[in-house]
Ligand binder design. Structure first.
Ligand SMILES: *Cc1c(COP(=O)(O)O)cnc(C)c1O
Length: 410
């Protein structure tokens, strides 16, 4: 018989989205005239901007003749895109990032999931709770998580609860982790850390020899001045942090697939012989072995986002979603619900009323308002009693959902 990786068998099925789909299907069948509004999606809904479409159309034409054809590209990305990133995402904010520190990829999910390849299986991992499930599940696959306990926590993972009790700002852990996943602006809560709050974590990582894996997939949604766009805005972060960026939420590239990871030259680890090792060199080795680069066409599309036309167009789309987020947030607050997010992120995170569980609130909204959201408990134990609404929807649907909620709660 074929022996499989037992770690994969420890993972429970992806219950959250299949259970949501099952309940919605049953409701739709029983209520064929109901107009169901889906506010649960974590995928964008607006089309790509014209600047990206034009650049990708040209790139497709390049592929049609031998003189301009592009086959395998550099594994870490074309210079035209990496130069645009260095200047457009970092230089502009006074952050110095080198070309060789940038690894273009097919999206942030791959790299946030794969980065563990270069870390010791013994590393102790900390995650904020609730959390983007990829961070936890990929550590289960790598054998770092231990066993799943009855309370929904993995025995070897350090959970950093983020709830109304701490204003969604995680406290430093009692037990020292080797690796800390931070995602800001946050999915699912939509909350952020200010520069001062993020500095606490950078300083902690420096003092404790920990690595911060910083996911800033929602960077484009930041509106507050004191919220950093990059962890490298914090002094000393280049010695302790890897940053993940994606064009998925920034520019609707969820179907195109392109993003990048920054692994600073200053970032060093240690091997079992006690020798210092460059994480940049290890990640380069990993990528050149297991990855053949993001497509030329996708990278041309991504580079076009840094032109003035591209910038304007993606800002319009972000503003469209953020209008929805504002509408949702205001609707929740006016109904007397506790709600965060929706200011620097396209998610609004709501405390369920009357002590309802996440799933009880889900059922209520579905059956009384024909609205679908995401039960917070699906993102981790501290998500119980919370609910996520997504702004990746149309103005019309968001307005209708807000009205239905208002009528229902009154
Ligand atoms: C959507 C999302 C990403 C981006 O994933 P891609 O693979 O780039 O599409 C990364 N991190 C978080 C937290 C996300 O919600």
């Amino acid at each position: 018989m074929i022996k499989v990786n037992d770690n994969f068998c420890k993972l429970p099925g992806s219950y959250l989205f299949s259970e949501v789909a099952r309940k919605v299907k049953a409701y739709a069948e029983a209520n064929p005239t109901a107009k169901i509004i889906k506010m649960g999606i974590g995928d964008v809904t607006r089309p790509l901007c014209q600047a990206a479409i034009a650049a990708m159309t040209e790139a497709v034409k390049d592929q049609a003749s031998a003189e301009t054809f592009h086959g395998y590209g550099p594994e870490t990305g074309y210079d035209f895109l990496r130069q645009a990133i260095v200047a457009g995402d970092y230089g502009k904010r006074g952050v110095k990032v080198e070309l060789d520190e940038i690894f273009v990829n097919d999206g942030a999910k791959s790299d946030t999931g794969n980065i563990g390849d270069i870390l010791s299986p013994d590393c102790k991992v900390a995650v904020t709770d609730p959390v983007y499930p990829v961070y936890v599940d990929t550590n289960v696959m790598a054998g770092r998580a231990g066993e799943l306990k009855g309370n929904g926590c993995w025995s070897n993972v350090i959970y950093l609860p983020c709830t109304v009790d701490n204003d969604f700002v995680p406290s430093l852990p009692k037990e020292t982790p080797d690796v800390i996943y931070l995602c800001y602006p946050n999915n699912p809560t939509g909350t952020t850390l200010t520069r001062d709050q993020l500095k606490v974590w950078v300083d902690y990582a420096r003092e404790n020899g920990a690595l911060i894996l910083f996911d800033s997939a929602y960077e484009a949604y930041i509106t507050d001045e004191d919220v950093p766009h990059s962890i490298y805005e914090i002094p000393g972060a280049k010695e302790v942090a890897i940053e993940f960026r994606s064009y998925s939420k920034t520019a609707g590239f969820t179907g195109v697939r392109c993003g990048y990871t920054v692994v600073p030259m200053a970032l060093q680890g240690v091997n079992s012989k006690g020798e210092k090792v460059s994480l940049n060199a290890l990640w380069r080795r990993r990528q050149t072995t297991k990855f053949n680069g993001s497509s030329y066409i996708a990278q041309r599309g991504a580079a076009a986002l840094y032109t003035s036309r591209g910038r304007e167009e993606i800002a319009e789309t972000v503003a469209y979603y953020m209008d929805n987020a504002r509408m949702l947030r205001e609707a929740m607050l006016s109904l007397g619900l506790k709600a965060v997010g929706g200011v620097n992120a396209p998610y609004v995170w709501v405390k369920t009323p009357d002590g309802l569980s996440s799933w009880e609130f889900f059922d209520l909204l579905l059956h009384k308002c024909s609205i679908v959201g995401t039960p917070g408990v699906g993102f981790g134990p501290s998500g119980e009693g919370y609910f996520r609404f997504s702004a990746f929807s149309s103005h019309e649907a968001t307005e209708e959902a807000s009205n239905r909620l208002a009528r229902f709660i009154k």
